[in-house]
Design a protein around this ligand. Structure first.
Ligand code: SF4
Ligand code: SF4
Ligand code: SF4
Length: 344
C-alpha cells in the first residue's frame, strides 16, 4: 500500500492511499466529530459534522467523503468549522427529546458525545414538537422515531450489511422518517430482526426491549449453527443479559443473525431447557448423571455391528461438534453411516 503524508492541525500524519481524510485523522488520534459515519458502512456525508477546511479547496468538505491526498493541509478546528458543527447539533437537539436519564442509550449516545465535545450546554432554539408513535411490533427491539436524528445508519446497514432493504427514508422535509415499504409496522415488513440496524443507531431511536447493562463479558461461539459466529455474552448476576458480535470474529466480523443476537439469553435460562441427561425407565424419563447416560448408550451401541448404526449430526451445532460426531462414527463405531441435515 502506498503511503502518503498529510498535515492535519499542523501535525504531519502518515496515511495509506485510499483512506479518507477522516480515516487519516482518526488513525493519527485526531478526533473529528461524526454522527452518520460508521466504519462498517460506505461514506455518506449526510450529517455534516465532520466538515473540515482543506487548503486550496473551496468551502467546507466532509472529511468522511474526501479522499486523503499526499501533501494535503487540513484544519479540523477552525471557527468556521465549529460554527457549522454547532448549528447542526443545535438543530438536532431542537427536535430531540431531552429525557437522557431515562433513555436506554444514556452515556452511550453519540449525540450526547458530540454535544459535549462542542460545549453545547443550552438549548438556544425553539423546541419543535414532532410526535411519532412508537413502533414496538418487533419482538426484540423498538423504534422510537422521536429520538431519530435521520443519520441513515440503520437504512444503510439494512442495505449494505444485512442485504435486506427493509427500511428506507420516507417522506420529505420535516416529515422525513425511517419507514418500511408502505409505512407499515416493522413486524409486517420484510425485516429479518437481525438487529444490525439497532447496534449501529447512534442514539436511543432503535433500542433492544431489554437493556440491562452487563457487569462483565464472556467470549464464546454462537451455538445455533455452523457459521460459528464469535460473540460476547454480557453477564450480570451470573445470568446472560445481552449479546454482541465480536468484530474480530473471522466468520462474522461483528455481525449476528436474529438467533445469535436475540435467541441466546432466554434459551439458556429457560425453565424447559434440559440441563441433565434423562433415561427412560418404566416408560418415564428420569434424571441421570452423564456417567450413567453415557454408559447406557455405550452398552446399547455394543449390541450392534458397525453397519447397523449411524451418526446424524446437526446444522445447529458448531463445526467442531460436527467434526467430532463424524470422527466418532468412523473411528470409534467403525461406520461410514454418517449424515448431516444440512445436505437437504
Ligand atoms: S433488523 Fe436487520 S433486517 Fe430488520 S431493519 Fe434492521 S437491519 Fe434490516
Ligand atoms: S433510527 Fe437511528 S440509525 Fe436510523 S436514521 Fe434514526 S438515528 Fe439514524
Ligand atoms: S445462528 Fe446466526 S449468529 Fe449464530 S452462528 Fe449461525 S449465523 Fe451466526
Amino acid at each position: 500500500m502506498d503511503k502518503i503524508t498529510l498535515t492535519i492541525n499542523g501535525k504531519e500524519v502518515e496515511a495509506t492511499q485510499g483512506m479518507t481524510v477522516l480515516e487519516a485523522a482518526r488513525s493519527a488520534g485526531i478526533y473529528i466529530p461524526t454522527l452518520c459515519y460508521h466504519p462498517d458502512l460506505a461514506p455518506y456525508g449526510g450529517c455534516r459534522l465532520c466538515v473540515v477546511e482543506i487548503e486550496g479547496m473551496r468551502g467546507l468538505p466532509t472529511a468522511c467523503t474526501t479522499p486523503a491526498a499526499d501533501g494535503m493541509v487540513v484544519h479540523t478546528e477552525t471557527p468556521a468549522v465549529n460554527e457549522v458543527r454547532t448549528a447542526v447539533v443545535e438543530l438536532l437537539i431542537a427536535e430531540h427529546p431531552l429525557e437522557c436519564l431515562t433513555c436506554p442509550q444514556n452515556q452511550r449516545c453519540e449525540l450526547q458525545e458530540v454535544a459535549a465535545y462542542l460545549g453545547i450546554t443550552e438549548q438556544p432554539l425553539r423546541r419543535t414538537s414532532r410526535i411519532f408513535p412508537l413502533d414496538d411490533s418487533n419482538p426484540f427491539f423498538t423504534i422510537d422515531r422521536n429520538y431519530c436524528i435521520l443519520c441513515g445508519r440503520c437504512v444503510r446497514t439494512c442495505q449494505e450489511i444485512a442485504c435486506i432493504g427493509a427500511i428506507d427514508m420516507a417522506y420529505r422535509g420535516y416529515d422525513m422518517k425511517v419507514a418500511t415499504f408502505g409505512d407499515s409496522k416493522l413486524a409486517d415488513s420484510i425485516c429479518h430482526s437481525c438487529g444490525e440496524c439497532m447496534v449501529r443507531c447512534p442514539v436511543g431511536a432503535i433500542v433492544p426491549r431489554k437493556t440491562t447493562r452487563p457487569e462483565r463479558e464472556v467470549k464464546t461461539t454462537c451455538p445455533y449453527c455452523a457459521v460459528g459466529c464469535q460473540m460476547y455474552l454480557g453477564i450480570k448476576n451470573d445470568r446472560i443479559v445481552g449479546v454482541r458480535g465480536d468484530p474480530e470474529g473471522p466468520s462474522n466480523q461483528g455481525r449476528l443473525c436474529v438467533k445469535g443476537r436475540f435467541g441466546i439469553a432466554e434459551f439458556v435460562h429457560h425453565e424447559d431447557r434440559l440441563t441433565t441427561p434423562l433415561i427412560k425407565r418404566n416408560g418415564k424419563f428420569e434424571e441421570a448423571s452423564w456417567e450413567e447416560a453415557l454408559s447406557l448408550v455405550a452398552e446399547k451401541l455394543k449390541q450392534y455391528n458397525s453397519d447397523e448404526v449411524g451418526v446424524v449430526s446437526s446444522a445447529r451445532s458448531t463445526n467442531e461438534a460436527n467434526y467430532i460426531a463424524q470422527k466418532f462414527g468412523r473411528a470409534v463405531l467403525g461406520t461410514n453411516n454418517v449424515d448431516h441435515c444440512a445436505r437437504l
